[in-house]
Design a protein around this ligand. Structure first.
Ligand code: FES
Length: 110
């Protein structure tokens, strides 16, 4: 993927299956999840009213927002409880046991 910059985060063993953590990279708030089907990342702020999705419950491949219960697919960010605004998805990769997060490439100042 060429339009992202990969940021190496931590050994993949640092995030046990069934848990999530908030990651702050230069002010970009990301919720990083380890679900049954692997690692996923969504924007930390729920599209509804901004609740921290990293504090939501993980059920299979979904997270349930801690404030009002909207559910998002961890892989695609789409709403699972009904139609609605999706959560933003970030690419995640594991290379040599390390987790990396793909952040949108920032434009160089002109
Ligand atoms: S803030 Fe997430 S469902 Fe309301």
């Amino acid at each position: 993927m060429t339009d992202v910059d990969w940021v190496r985060l931590a050994p993949s063993t640092a995030l046990p299956r069934g848990t999530a953590v908030n990651v702050d990279i230069d002010g970009e708030q990301v919720a990083l999840f380890h679900s049954d089907d692997g690692f996923h990342a969504l924007a930390e702020a729920c599209p509804h009213m901004g609740a921290p999705l990293s504090q939501g419950e993980i059920h299979g491949g979904q997270v349930k927002c801690p404030w009002h219960g909207w559910r998002y697919d961890l892989a695609t960010g789409t709403r699972q409880d009904r139609r609605g605004q999706p959560a933003r998805v970030y690419p995640v990769a594991v290379h040599d046991g390390w987790l990396s997060l793909g952040l949108p490439r920032r434009k160089e100042p002109a």
